[in-house]
Design a binder for this molecule. Structure first.
Ligand code: SF4
Ligand code: SF4
Ligand code: SF4
Length: 521
């Protein structure tokens, strides 16, 4: 028999209404706490056609961040998930579990399409937005870089791309020797990531570049003084950047522009950047990157960050529809939500994106895996080459792949296959995962690795978010006095391996390069 109190409670509960959540719970993954970097569970939630990551650190509390600006697209992208390729050798063991065993450890699901070597930590600029937190500290020797390249060849066999980065790699006194060392190992695409300043001002350096002929990842955020004041701390740097591009064009070297896009800062400049890229003779591609909030960065709101669909929408709006969302197809070698890319033929004002004349989506669909004749498989191979992180805008290889694909499709009227390859532009979108959006699922298939002395290869988003950069920096800086001694004494420097230890991570926070980062939510 129920008591009076129980009857009253029952009536109260009946009067209360159950509510539906205002989101769809899509999946569970693992992430890190943006404050203490502990590995924690994370939920991927769909709300208002956007994708969010929601997680709770037992010590630091709850966090939520915008991951992708189009939920419908996000859930449909899995068909572009290509089976990974296993490297020839691993440089890590399975001990603590991902993301603390880099690497690459045998659990990693992709080989390295792109190897990045940070040759120094110093820079000739001091940008407020700098994931490398550039400042003087270390400068690798030629022996170290050669050993790193040899390790890269050992694990990859025939590595496709090496990028020399920093700091600012062009201020390293041996940067030309590094490019020569990569050329000597027959790595086909040797790139320098640069702010362009030395190229704009140093005639002798330009001559040396002409001899070794790398291509460039070129920092270029727009045209407005306010953009450069906010992101680079230098409102008047545009003139130097244009001069550097003109000088590279004068010797036939090519660049991919790399704009960091920050909401409220330069999102209005995207169309202008595309127009400029189409017209400038040195520019073969653009790699738009939502501003990456790791290392040194201004305060930001993780719920309002730019994502790939946001930039695609702005490209559409600001180019008057020259490019539309369906022109961009995910890059299948890494996780399909990490990158998207398109190629377009430029004929005066007429822009013809490749996906409008060949059904790229069908060729790169790995779920249905439809049967294809041999000819179709060859086209699929060419498109896989183009839709890859290892594709370099304007390279002979990508031109050949476009030519091959186009033999099977309708070539725009009035153009020859040779014209197509000559007048092609690549637009890529790359959304690096910061400590707020870090998703272990994506990380395990990452194909862009930092290469370190001793052979460790660490995926980009682990290196910059988990605490690898901090540990590597301490060791690389501690080795600097011995590098100097070897230089002064005229002897070879014996490279020291970089190692990692996260055993203290469960007890407390890792040391962060940017102490402000812990205050930003
Ligand atoms: S990111 Fe890759 S290499 Fe690093 S621990 Fe995870 S699976 Fe291993
Ligand atoms: S973002 Fe690049 S140019 Fe700016 S300080 Fe960092 S390394 Fe230098
Ligand atoms: S670098 Fe980060 S965003 Fe890019 S492929 Fe690797 S995991 Fe994905």
């Amino acid at each position: 028999m129920e008591t009076t109190a129980e009857l009253q409670n029952g009536r109260a509960n009946a009067a209360a209404e159950k509510k539906d959540a205002n989101y769809v719970f899509y999946e569970l993954t693992r992430s890190i706490c943006p404050e203490c970097r502990k590995v924690i569970d994370a939920k991927i939630l769909l709300r208002d056609n956007k994708v969010y990551m929601s997680k709770r650190c037992p010590d630091c509390g709850p966090f939520e961040a915008l991951v992708y600006g189009d939920a419908e697209a996000y859930i449909s992208l899995s068909r572009y998930n290509k089976p990974g390729t296993i490297p020839l050798a691993f440089n890590g063991e399975l001990r603590h579990g991902c993301p603390h065993d880099c690497g690459l450890c045998p659990d990693h699901q992709q080989h390295a399409c792109v190897g990045i070597i940070e040759v120094n930590s110093a820079c000739n600029m001091a940008c407020p937005l700098c994931f490398a937190s550039a400042r003087p500290g270390f400068s690798l020797t030629l022996e170290e870089v050669e050993q790193i390249l040899d390790d890269y060849v050992r694990t990859e066999g025939n590595p496709e791309i090496v990028q020399f980065s920093g700091g600012e790699p062009t201020v390293h006194p041996h940067i030309i020797d590094f490019v020569r060392a990569a050329n000597a190992r027959r790595i086909p695409f040797v790139m320098i990531n640069t702010n362009g300043r030395r190229i704009a001002n140093d005639d002798r350096f330009l001559e040396e570049l002409n001899q070794v002929r790398p291509s460039f990842y070129f920092q270029f955020d727009g045209f407005d003084k306010e953009t450069y004041r906010t992101l680079r701390g230098e409102p008047d740097i545009l003139e130097e950047k244009i001069r550097a591009l003109d000088r590279l064009a004068s010797i036939g070297l090519t660049v991919t522009l790399v704009p960091a896009v920050e909401r409220g800062v330069n999102e209005h400049e995207i169309g202008h950047i595309v127009d400029f890229a189409i017209r400038h003779p040195a520019v073969r591609g653009i790699n738009f990157q939502p501003a990456f909030h790791a290392g040194r960065h201004p305060r930001h709101d993780p719920m309002q960050r730019m994502t790939i669909p946001d930039i695609v929408k702005l490209i559409h709006e600001q180019t008057g529809g020259k490019f539309v969302a369906s022109d961009f197809v995910p890059v299948p070698c890494c996780f399909p939500t990490c990158n998207a890319v398109t190629y377009a033929f430029v004929d005066g004002d007429q822009i013809t994106p490749l996906p409008r004349i060949i059904n790229v989506n069908d060729y790169l669909d790995y779920i249905t895996n439809r049967a294809m004749p041999d000819w179709g498989l060859q086209i699929k191979g060419a498109l896989e080459g183009l839709w890859s992180s290892a594709s370099v805008a304007g390279s002979q290889k990508s031109s050949d792949q476009v030519q091959f694909s186009c033999q099977a499709c309708g070539i725009p009227e009035g153009l020859t296959i040779g014209d197509l390859a000559q007048n092609m532009i690549m637009i890529m979108l790359q959304d690096f995962m910061d400590p707020w959006t870090f998703n272990q699922k994506n990380l395990m298939k990452c194909c862009k690795e930092f290469l370190l002395p001793g052979g460790k290869q660490v995926p980009f988003c682990a290196y910059n978010s988990v605490g690898y950069r901090e540990q590597a920096r301490v060791q690389l800086e501690a080795q600097e006095p011995e590098r100097r001694r070897a230089r002064v004494e005229g002897r070879n420097y014996q490279p020291q391996p970089i190692t990692f230890d996260f055993s203290g991570n469960s007890k407390g926070p890792v040391r962060l390069l940017n102490p402000d980062v812990a205050q930003i939510k």
